[in-house]
Design a protein around this ligand. Structure first.
Ligand SMILES: NC(=O)c1ccc[n+]([C@@H]2O[C@H](COP(=O)([O-])OP(=O)(O)OC[C@H]3O[C@@H](n4cnc5c(N)ncnc54)[C@H](OP(=O)(O)O)[C@@H]3O)[C@@H](O)[C@H]2O)c1
Length: 254
């Protein structure tokens, strides 16, 4: 996809991967409609191709509003990037119904709903839809049971949905970052990041390259991409180590 003059919606653009991606998309010549719950309070720049709006996309009525508003503003949406997401770091025993709803509403339900809206809006036209998944879509981490489930569900959804789309110009992009240096972990009250750790710039470089080359599955860490396939035994040992670390952290927190 050539990004010049494309109309792009980006969720979760006030911080981390989304914020850096927003600036890169502008540099590439795209128009960006960027949303998060607090973006208008955090990002204070004037750019002729940028619109920012405070919006909670975990509410599906807000997603409806977003589609209507962007189409009213830009005339169309070429690419929707569902990037907003968060995690808890907790023993699953402690996860109450509120946590389950909050996490799946944003990480999974809102993304699938937005993908459906994109297709409903453009049944017979080209479009792109991207979602930031995670390495935990494949490797299920202790402390992140709900989060892993939310991203694995998205992975399953996009793998199936890709097989259903028959047009060659309707692209579903999925991105699988490993642990990335953003406020994501601190927001979950967790300083320890699981190995390996990468910069958000690396993730954004991989996204831009992937979009330009129409690579539908984007793995910013080559180490993860190849080791996961070639060394499954390594991840068994790795997850045992992670489980020990998790129990230590939970014990220390008590
Ligand atoms: N960091 C990692 O290690 C890592 C690894 C793999 C995948 N990911 C995924 O990458 C994506 C971006 O994460 P990040 O690392 O950049 O984290 P981040 O720095 O915490 O950014 C999350 C973004 O989502 C927005 N957001 C949260 N709740 C929202 C809501 N209800 N409605 C709209 N926006 C909302 C936040 O802004 P507001 O607070 O203003 O709403 C923020 O802009 C997420 O989907 C995450 O799951 C992250």
């Amino acid at each position: 996809m050539d990004l010049q003059n494309k109309y792009i919606v980006l969720t979760g653009a006030s911080s981390g991967i989304g914020e850096i991606l927003m600036y890169r998309l502008l540099d590439e010549g795209a128009y960006v409609y960027a949303v998060s719950r607090s973006i208008e309070d955090k990002i204070d720049i004037n750019h002729e191709r940028l619109t920012t709006k405070n919006l909670d996309v975990s509410k599906l009525t807000n997603v409806d509003w977003l589609f209507n508003e962007v189409i009213k503003t830009y005339g169309r949406i070429d690419l929707f990037i569902a990037n907003a997401g968060f995690t808890y770091y907790e023993m699953f025993d402690n996860a109450d119904a509120k946590h389950i709803d909050a996490l799946f509403d944003l990480n999974t339900r809102s993304v699938i709903y937005s993908a459906a809206k994109m297709r409903e809006t453009y049944p017979n036209e080209p479009f792109g839809f991207m979602s930031t998944l995670s390495a935990v879509s494949y490797v299920f981490m202790p402390g992140y049971a709900l989060y892993s489930a939310s991203k694995a569900a998205l992975h399953a959804f996009f793998e199936s949905y890709r097989l259903e789309l028959t047009r060659k110009d309707q692209w579903l992009y999925t991105v699988y970052p490993v642990a990335t240096q953003t406020p994501f972990f601190e927001k979950a009250d967790q300083e320890r990041k699981p190995w390996p750790v990468q910069t958000p710039q690396k993730v954004v470089n991989a996204i831009i390259k992937g979009l330009k080359k129409d690579r539908q599955k984007i793995y910013p860490s080559k180490l993860f991409k190849y080791s996961y396939r070639l060394m499954p035994w390594f991840y068994k040992i790795y997850l045992k180590r992670e489980a020990k670390a998790f129990h230590r952290i939970i014990k220390d927190k008590k």
